[in-house]
Design a protein. Structure first.
Length: 93
């Protein structure tokens, strides 16, 4: 929790997964699909979809994320980006 009123909390440890989950939910709701609809399309249970969307520390497999994306008529696309990394010297390479 932030210590100052205008200070934001740190992002979740798995922030990229959190963002992806939000995008999946957005795609589902944009199509007017319920969790039950997505579960049926994925041949799984609504509770599995609830866990995936709830971001309760559950880490879905890549294959599960692909299946969810397909169920909401999307494709999961992965890109690799270099992030700043500080070596022991403290200087980025």
């Amino acid at each position: 929790m932030p210590s100052k009123p205008n200070q934001r909390a740190d992002p979740p440890e798995d922030f990229p997964l959190h963002l992806l989950t939000r995008e999946l939910i957005h795609a589902r709701t944009k199509l007017g699909l319920t969790q039950e609809d997505v579960a049926r399309r994925m041949r799984t249970t609504r509770s599995a979809i609830t866990r995936l969307e709830g971001f309760s520390g559950h880490r879905p497999s890549f294959a599960t994320l692909e299946r969810y994306a397909a169920a909401v008529e999307c494709a999961l696309v992965v890109t690799l980006r270099r992030i700043p990394f500080e070596w022991e010297s403290g200087a980025p390479d």
